[in-house]
Design a protein around this ligand. Structure first.
Ligand code: PRP
Length: 210
């Protein structure tokens, strides 16, 4: 039997994802030991797990080196890869929002040509173009986006808000909510056909735990 291969998002999603999979009967004891390893195997169940950077998970799954991926809806919306999105795992719940200093609220609502810093240029472009029909300049950053409006690189940001603590501690507020976000299980299109029985069994068992 071939391995059923998972690409998981490295970081805070790993633990709740593995707990969910374990509750559904899919385990990997090797992953419970803290280490910097990136590949883990359960020989008995023929399961393999990769730990990848969130934005790379859809790539591993689309290319078929992983059959299954677990990744945030934010990344799926941003990357637009050709995958089956099968389950909302209801983990990592947060929202995509536009945020900035409170003084930007009026400028935003008046349709001012704003500068927007974000890790998500596609989501930001879609939102401003389609929802707000507003002209903006998008500035792509790679993290700590909250810094941008504070130091004057941008007027507002488009970013993930979970507890709201990062915004609060930096004197920023949510100016509009774009979309709710949570982790999704995605499947490679060929794997879905070739490994249909095993994948369907996995999906059914995970769904029962949701
Ligand atoms: C995310 C996000 C915010 C923060 C929101 O960043 O980009 O900065 O978490 O969480 P909060 O509302 O609970 O404060 P992450 O920690 O992934 O790091 P990054 O900014 O370097 O991407």
């Amino acid at each position: 039997m071939e391995y059923l291969t998972f690409a998981l998002t490295k970081g805070r999603l790993v633990e709740p994802t593995m707990q969910l999979l374990e509750n559904a009967g899919f385990t990997c004891s090797e992953m419970k030991i803290k280490s910097r390893k990136l590949i883990f195997i359960n020989e008995k169940q023929k399961l393999k797990f990769f730990l990848a950077k969130a934005s790379d998970v859809p790539t591993y799954v689309e290319y078929g080196v992983a059959d299954i991926g677990v990744v945030g809806k934010d990344i799926l919306l941003e990357k637009k890869r050709n995958l089956y999105e099968l389950l909302n795992l209801k983990l990592g719940i947060c929202k995509m929002a536009i945020a900035g200093p409170i003084s930007m609220k009026e400028k935003l609502n008046q349709g001012f040509p704003l500068r927007v810093a974000t890790k998500y240029p596609n989501i930001a472009t879609d939102y401003f173009y389609h929802k707000r029909k507003q002209n903006v300049e998008i500035i792509k950053l790679n993290g700590s986006v909250e810094l941008a409006p504070i130091v004057g690189l941008s007027d507002v940001i488009v970013d993930i808000v979970e507890t709201g603590k990062t915004l609060e501690e930096n004197g920023l507020v949510v100016l509009d909510e774009i979309i709710p976000i949570s982790a999704r299980m995605v499947i490679n299109r060929v794997s879905m056909k070739m490994e249909h029985e095993r994948i369907q069994d996995l999906i059914d068992k995970v769904r029962q735990q949701l």
